[in-house]
Structure formats: C-alpha cells, structure tokens
Design a protein around this ligand. Structure first.
Ligand SMILES: *Cc1c(COP(=O)(O)O)cnc(C)c1O
Length: 565
C-alpha cells in the first residue's frame, strides 16, 4: 500500500542503508541514508529513490606495496530488497529501456518507516548495454553516467507515478546527479497544459542541495550527447546562459535554475557557493549524521542510562554534561578495545604493528584524494618521530578508498603505507583495507582523536568528525567545512592553522603542519597523559555540544522548515 500522504521524494545517486549493501561510495550516500533514517524517526513523509548498483562501488584491495586495485562486489539483491510489481520505461537513444524497482523498508525504532526504491534496468527485454546501467556506481565513462542519470532522473519520476505516488509536493535533489528529473517534470507539465510551458510550477517543486566546490563533482555533458541520449522529446531550447555553457549541459546549473530552494552543506560552503553561482540565493543547512546509527554500543548503553530517549531527541544529548567522566572513559575504552582487537587480529598485523590500549591513538579515514591531504601529517617526519619518542609511542590508524580513476589518490595511499613501514618504533601506523560503514563505526568510536586535514576551502562539510563527536572523540582539524562551526578550541577539540576564519590568503602547508605538530605535542598529548580529567572533560563536551547538534535530526528539521514547508 502506498501512503498517499507522502509529500517529499528524495533523489540520490547513492544511498547507504546497511553495511552489507554496497549501494554507496562515501559521504554523499551515508548522508542520504542518515537523512532518510531521520525522516522515519521524525515522521517526515518521504520516499527515497536511487539506482541499484548490482556490482557495487568496489571492494578495495591493497597490495604489499600499497597499490589499490578494485574488485567488483557481489551481493544478493533479494536478501535485502523486495521487488515491486509496477514497471516503467524510458527512451535512451531511441531504445525503449524498461525499469523495475526494488524496495527497501527503512524502519525506525518508533515503528514508523520510510520506503526507498532502487531502480533496476537489468531486465531481459533490455539491451546488454542498458542492462549494464544497473551494475556500477560511478563506473564507466561520461556516456554511461549520463545514461544512469537519465534512469535516475527521468525513470525515477515515472517510477514514482507508476507506484502510485501522486501529489508529491517536493523533489529533493541530493546533488546534481538527479537534475534530469527537472526535464521530466517540465515535460509532464507541458503535456498537461497542451504544449505550454510551466517552469514556475516545476521550480516550486524542486529543492537542490549542492555538496562540493570541487569541479569534478559537477557533471557536464556535451549537448550532442544529451540530445542523442534523451531524444527530441526533451528540448533544451533556450538553455544557453541558463544551464548550458560551452555546448555542455551543466547538471548543477540545471538544478540551480529550476529549484525554489538551494542550499550548501555548511555555512562556509554556502558562502563559497554564493560566490561560485553569482545571482543564486544559496542558503545553508549544515550536514549531520544519524545519532543512533553512529553511536557505538558502549556509549549507547551509557546514554540510555543517563539520557533515556536520546535516540529520538538528539538535543537531549546536551545532558551529557551531567554524566560523570568515569563511565564515559569506561565506555570509550571498550570502544577502543573493539577497534584495536579488530586490527590486532587481522592477518596482516605483524607483532611490531600490534596496537596497545594505553597508547594515544589517532584516526584518519576518508576518500583518498589530493585536497584531503592525508599526508599533511607526514610533512616533517623527524618532528613527528621526535613527538612519538617524547611520549613513548603514537598509534595512527588510516583508512579510505581512492576513486578508481584518481591516480593521485592512489599514490597518496601508497605513500602513507610506504612511510608507515619506514618509521621507527615510536610511530605505529596501519592502513586498514576497504573502509566501509562497519569500519567507519569501529574507527570513529575507537580512536582517541579524529584527525582531518583538508585544504580550505575544499571540504564542503565532512561528517566523520560528527560520528566521532557522538562517541566522545574530539577532532583535530584544519578550519574548513563543519569544523568552522563545531570547533570550540580546547572544549570540543582543536583547530589546525589559523583558527580565525580567513578569506584572504590560504595558509602554507608547512605552517599548517607545524601547527598540527604543535597542537599535538604541546596541548593534546600532555592533556591526555598528564591531565586525564582534562581530556575526559573535552570528550564530554564533544558529546554535549557537537553530538547534540551535528545530527540529521537537527538537519532534517531545518530542511522541513526552510525547504519543504
Ligand atoms: C562517514 C563516511 C564517509 C564520509 O566521511 P567524511 O568525513 O565526510 O569524508 C565516507 N565513507 C564512509 C564509509 C563513511 O562512513
């Protein structure tokens, strides 16, 4: 039965729902899954739409010398998703492409649920190429991507209609991958109005969230390719200077030009987006994470004891200030033990790489790519080793995949693994293979400090530090993305570099590295080893100030009041 009251359709190229479902690549998919989970918690009438990736994103394999190779993932779709009856079809290059849908029912702890549909073209009646559109997330070339986005945008709107969703009041485009839905809505209105356009009505239906200032995150397709794929039905006449530039369809501008509400994912990112997209009003809703999902078991038990009901009332986590520090320390040590046991039992962990529970442990995990600078920590190896020696030993746990086409990202992984093998016994570094939801849960709860070193202003938001915060793990980060809002120096963590917000000259790498080492050596490590109550106080404030705020409950409330109302 379709709930006729569903009013918001949430479109996303990736949605992370379950650790064994490879339907996500990284942060964007995690955010989508967390958002829909909060929608279920909060009775926000939403339905999710995505593409089925039968062979996943990829499984990362790291060779002994640290080179990443990718294997496709195999999973049994039927184990997680239920096929639904209605089908639809779209036209790609004049071929009729049939689409079916698989449903995931996301259940909230309060018996409410949200349905999410994964679109699937792997049907006998389709050509081999069209079937393959349901294989790889972010795979293939630009043409493959355009065809997938056609399935998501145009196929998605049609599938929702076929499923019986009528009267949808908002279409939320989680990034520009879904922008073609706008062309389908415009075309629908044209049919309804006997050929006359109604862009204002369509505009009033659409909400657009942009997620990155990095150019490669914004799809553009040659107009000739677009007209081949979509056919004559979808006219792009009049798109010049609007959302087509240089004979290319720009998916970001297609969404910008046709959405009633546009937002960036942190205050700084929105500010930057307003500069990038002059003339558009870009509001700001800072990202969050689903609190219950990302809080480890020992912390959950503690919160249950002191702040009952916190799962559906995340604001109440401010009450963490009333939890005594001893049980916080106990819960954290259990989480740390879980992480270190996991690492120590891995076949590749040699005796000298064994991790110890009483040693300060830093975590760093995210997509490996240049601007995230996972190697900033290695700028001055002599200094790093001296710090390790001064405090006997430091443990650093790395993780993260590079996009298959990002050679520089792969080289960075190789560099970290090679440096890790060259350092003396005072610095123990491991790089964990195949960073995914399960590993992210272990890492963000089990480390003592969460490190992030993006090059400002490239990090739109970042969310792993928010997961850490819910687990009482403070961050040490360059001043970018969410951390500009989350950092209260010495109370929720520490900033790297010039912590005053600078809009002029970007800081120098050596200055930032120096600041990173200074904070570690002079502030954080002395606090951890010589003033345990002081460190626990930071952990407690991290939960109370940042866990209570940087969650998808607060975030979705803002979408409801600013974008969906
Ligand atoms: C949270 C998460 C990310 C995104 O982390 P960022 O800090 O935003 O880079 C990526 N991958 C996985 C598996 C995650 O859990």
């Amino acid at each position: 039965m379709i709930d006729q009251n569903i009013r918001i359709a949430y479109f996303s190229m990736e949605i992370a729902l379950h650790s064994s479902m490879p339907t996500y690549a990284g942060g964007l998919g995690i955010l989508a899954g967390d958002t829909l989970h909060s929608a279920a918690d909060m009775h926000v009438p939403m339905v999710g739409i995505s593409l089925l990736p039968r062979r996943g994103y990829f499984q990362q394999q790291l060779s002994a010398d640290g080179w990443q190779t990718e294997n496709s993932v195999s999973w049994t779709v039927e184990d997680y998703l239920q096929e639904v009856g209605p089908r639809t079809a779209i036209s790609i290059e004049g071929r009729e492409v049939h689409i079916r849908a698989w449903k995931y029912q996301l259940n909230s702890r309060n018996q409410n649920s949200v349905d999410i549909y994964f679109l699937d073209t792997d049907l006998e009646e389709n050509s081999d190429y069209d079937r393959s559109l349901a294989y790889f997330l972010y795979g293939g070339n630009s043409h493959y991507r355009l065809c997938q986005e056609t399935v998501l945008g145009i196929g998605g709107v049609r599938m929702l209609a076929a499923l019986g969703y009528s009267g949808l009041q908002r279409y939320h485009l989680n990034e520009g991958h879904a922008s073609l839905l706008i062309l389908e809505l415009l075309e629908q209105k044209r049919r309804q109005n006997q050929g006359s356009d109604d862009p204002e009505t369509v505009r009033d239906l659409c909400v657009f969230t942009t997620h990155t200032p990095v150019p490669s995150g914004h799809d553009q397709f040659p107009l000739s390719m677009v007209s081949d794929v979509l056919g004559a039905e979808y006219s792009l006449a009049g798109c010049e200077d609007n959302f087509c530039f240089d004979h290319k369809l720009n998916m970001t501008y297609l969404a910008l030009a046709n959405s009633r509400y546009i937002n960036g994912v942190a205050k700084k990112h929105s500010q930057l987006s307003r500069q990038m997209y002059a003339g558009y009003c870009v509001d700001s809703i800072t990202n969050g994470v689903h609190a219950e999902t990302w809080t480890c078991q020992p912390m959950q038990q503690l919160f249950d004891q002191y702040i009952p009901g916190w799962q559906l009332d995340n604001l109440s986590l401010r009450g963490a200030l009333n939890i005594p520090v001893e049980p916080i320390q106990k819960a954290h040590q259990l989480a740390k033990k879980n992480l270190l046991n996991h690492i120590n039992q891995l076949p590749g962990t040699t005796p000298e790489k064994q991790m110890e529970e009483d040693i300060f442990t830093i975590g760093f995990a995210r997509r490996s790519t240049l601007y995230k600078r996972p190697d900033l920590f290695f700028t001055d190896l002599k200094r790093l080793q001296a710090i390790g020696e001064k405090f006997v030993r430091l443990q650093i746990i790395y993780g993260g995949k590079a996009h298959p086409n990002d050679n520089q990202g792969k080289l960075l992984i190789q560099k970290i693994i090679s440096v890790a093998n060259s350092l003396n016994k005072h610095i123990n570094i491991v790089y964990l293979n195949n960073y995914d939801i399960a590993l992210a849960k272990l890492m963000t709860s089990g480390c003592d400090l969460w490190l992030n070193t993006p090059q400002p202003p490239m990090e739109a938001s970042g969310t792993s530090g928010m997961k850490a915060a819910l687990n009482g793990v403070p961050s040490l980060s360059t001043m970018d993305g969410w951390w500009l809002e989350g950092c209260i120096e010495g109370l929720t963590g520490w900033g790297i570099g010039n912590t005053a917000v600078s809009t002029t000259s970007p800081p120098q790498i050596t200055q930032e590295a120096c600041s990173l080492y200074d904070k570690l050596e002079q502030v954080i490590l002395p606090l951890y080893y010589q003033n345990q109550p002081g460190y626990l106080e930071v952990m407690r404030h991290t939960i109370a100030l940042n866990g209570s705020y940087f969650n998808t409950e607060r975030m979705l409330n803002q979408y409801v009041t600013k974008a969906y109302y």
